[in-house]
Write a protein that binds this ligand. Sequence first.
Ligand SMILES: C[S@@+](CC[C@H](N)C(=O)[O-])C[C@H]1O[C@@H](n2cnc3c(N)ncnc32)[C@H](O)[C@@H]1O
Ligand SMILES: Nc1nc2[nH]cc(C(=O)O)c2c(=O)[nH]1
Ligand code: SF4
Ligand SMILES: [Mg+2]
Length: 270
Amino acid sequence: MPVTDSIDDGDDGEDSDATRAAGDDATAPEGDALPVNELFESLQGEGKLAGTPSVFVRTSGCNLRCWYCDSYHTSWEPTHAWMSLDDVVAEVESFDADHVVLTGGEPLVHDASETLLERLADRGYHTTVETNGTIAPDAPMDLASISPKLANSVPTRERDPKGDGEWADRHDDRRIDLDALTALVESYDSQLKFVVSEADDLAEVNALVERIRDATTATVRDADVLLMPEGATRERLAETRERVADLALEHGYRYTPRLHVDLWNDAPET
Ligand SMILES: C[S@@+](CC[C@H](N)C(=O)[O-])C[C@H]1O[C@@H](n2cnc3c(N)ncnc32)[C@H](O)[C@@H]1O
Ligand SMILES: Nc1nc2[nH]cc(C(=O)O)c2c(=O)[nH]1
Ligand code: SF4
Ligand SMILES: [Mg+2]
């Protein structure tokens, strides 16, 4: 019997866009497997571990639609090949790096991501999960790299890469889940990595950090709050990064570069 596609955009029964765009590869195989958009070795470009040689496993499928998403083919038009977890682990092991970054898309929409994290932990890898913070998993990870989405991410009609604004309300309703954020910061070593475009974004960053602090007994230090300039290309980063660095200084948060964009612009597998 064919196995139902498990790419989940978070909609019960409404994942047909993700499924169709993936073509023949859309059908999940039997057994533990993930829809993988790309798997490569690079330097971690973002966050506390920036500069660390790492293997990146990028899954396809997301429950949000940030207008600026730099991984368009995992969210707006997901493409992938299904890989068994055996093959994912074997490919990870073919590289020298001892750090693995599980990203997407939103990797935590897939149950198999939890199994993959267990298998990587068993093999002694340091794992980072890049997540939008709307889903709290039950799996080992060494760093939860949480990127809660601000209002500046909403794909309004003017900003929607597909032009119709169809996702705006759904994205806005889903982008902040305080319970998931609280569970993540309580369960894991974590960083909160906000994509910032304008000075006005900081009021929302400050308010959300305070809400998270009020909701948890875990300590969220200013040094765990990172401001990352919005920009998928060198050209766009040249417009945002100095402003965002100044905002980090002003508010006492950390600034994180996007090393991979500085080095390799928007090339795939970097
Ligand atoms: C493609 S996302 C995948 C993981 C997860 N869905 C998330 O959003 O955290 C990886 C990282 O890239 C960031 N990102 C995506 N597009 C960006 C852009 N245009 N400028 C800056 N950061 C961006 C996200 O905020 C996240 O930290
Ligand atoms: N080099 C590099 N570092 C990254 N850190 C987080 C990334 C991501 O897309 O999640 C990423 C990425 O795409 N490339
Ligand atoms: S949550 Fe992450 S993968 Fe999903 S659309 Fe936003 S940036 Fe892209
Ligand atoms: Mg990236």
